[in-house]
Design a protein. Structure first.
Length: 415
């Protein structure tokens, strides 16, 4: 009996220690003074530098957390901004020596442009605005036509395969009225995958990777990687250079009821995430059939009693939060200003993930007033997490619990 009580006590201690190790996280201000910030992107060639994307059209430079006096790029004259339009995405190729970078924005006509630029030859912290080249799609156009002003998507990210992934919403309005997300002939409502490692003189600015899943499908756009997305608002890859799986994790904003997190094992494209036939894992509008089956359910969803617009984040692969957080997926809700993390359990047979162990971090990080509307996450050169407060114009950084001072080995006794 005594042995049993000892074992039980040890188990309780272990559980308590684990809970202590997972709390509390802290939030510290990394930089402030931004206007409607939507992204923070690490410079692959300089660990001290990040770039902050402002929806209004500026890309600001941060060096050691200080805003420099000169913008990296100013596109205010080329875009329309407000609501869900504006300068929405920025990505650098994984080759740190490359002078290229890519942006996603809404042009003056309200259409989506994905453009390539180069850094200035004499200053890598300033872009050469004259180097702009707009990607030309299989439609023959250098824009993706947007029938409505919302659901632009806009995120850009390079995958571990070196290809550029382009997230596009369903074209807007409500309930995807023309069923675009399920139409393989449309680029809208899709995740695209393109190879931008081409010569400057290439007429399109990219080629289509030969293993793209719809490259030989009649009537389908070869650029498409996945279909059935409503408004993918931030996706990321579980960084294999830091022990991650290379999986793609997508935050897809819902319509009236459900916000969802989608998980895709590395290289497993060609999936149909279901919109508008399904919202999350639930039947929605089924008057027209999906493009194909099966429809892939999210690994996690929440309804609108909890939040109203998901902001996708990252699988944490840094070190400052402690080992218990490594491998957890951090995400947020833009409207409610709430922030959570999830444990991911990988099935070794399929490489799919199961989500569990939801933890909410909102209160310990100062509450919704402190966090504001969370528009995005980012990672620094060490894999540590940034959190962007859109409404407050602040870039926060997540940190682990404060370490108590060490106990002296031979404490002096005062009598």
């Amino acid at each position: 009996m005594r042995t049993g009580r000892v074992i039980a006590a040890l188990l309780l201690c272990a559980i308590a220690l684990r809970l202590i190790a997972q709390s509390p996280l802290r939030l510290r201000t990394y930089a402030s003074g931004f206007t409607t910030p939507l992204a923070i992107v690490q410079d692959p060639s300089d660990r001290a530098v990040q770039y902050v994307v402002e929806q209004g059209g500026r890309i600001r430079v941060l060096r050691d957390g200080i805003i420099t006096g000169t913008d990296f790029l100013d596109l205010r004259g080329a875009i329309v901004s407000g609501g869900e339009q504006g300068l929405l995405g920025l990505a650098f190729p994984p080759d740190a020596t490359s002078p290229r970078f890519f942006v996603n924005f809404t042009d003056r006509s309200g259409d989506t442009v994905v453009a390539r630029f180069r850094r200035s030859a004499n200053n890598r912290l300033v872009a050469d605005a004259s180097s702009r080249f707009d990607m030309r799609w299989s439609t023959g156009l250098s824009v993706v036509r947007q029938p409505f002003a919302n659901h632009n998507g806009g995120h850009l990210a390079f995958g571990p395969d070196g290809f550029l992934y382009v997230g596009l919403g369903d074209g807007g309005s409500g309930d995807d009225p023309d069923h675009r997300a399920q139409n393989p002939a449309e680029l809208l409502g899709k995740l695209l995958r393109i190879d931008v490692n081409v010569a400057d003189a290439h007429p399109d600015g990219f080629t289509v990777p030969p293993d793209n899943p719809f490259i030989s499908a009649p009537g389908a756009r070869a650029e498409i990687w996945d279909i059935g997305l409503r408004n993918p608002w931030r996706y990321s890859f579980d960084d294999p250079s830091r022990g991650g799986t290379g999986a793609l994790v997508i935050g897809d904003v819902g319509q009236n009821r459900i916000e969802e997190i989608d998980y895709e094992p590395r290289g497993r494209g060609g999936r149909n995430y279901g919109w508008r036939n399904r919202e999350g894992a639930h039947d929605y509008i089924t008057s027209r059939p999906p493009a194909f089956l099966p429809l892939v359910d999210p690994i996690f969803e929440y309804d609108h009693t909890v939040g109203a617009s998901v902001t996708g984040g990252y699988v944490y692969r840094g070190s400052s939060l402690g080992a218990d957080y490594r491998g957890r997926y951090f995400f947020a809700d833009f409207v409610r200003g709430r922030l959570w993390s999830l444990a991911l359990t990988i099935d070794p047979a399929t490489n799919d993930a199961r989500a569990s162990g939801l933890l909410e971090h909102t209160s310990e990080l100062g509450g919704t007033t402190q966090l504001g509307n969370i528009s995005s996450f980012g990672v620094d050169a060490d894999g540590e997490l940034f959190v962007i407060s859109y409404s407050r114009g602040i870039i926060f950084k997540l940190a682990g619990p404060l370490t108590p001072p060490p106990t002296p080995l031979n404490p002096r006794i005062v009598r």
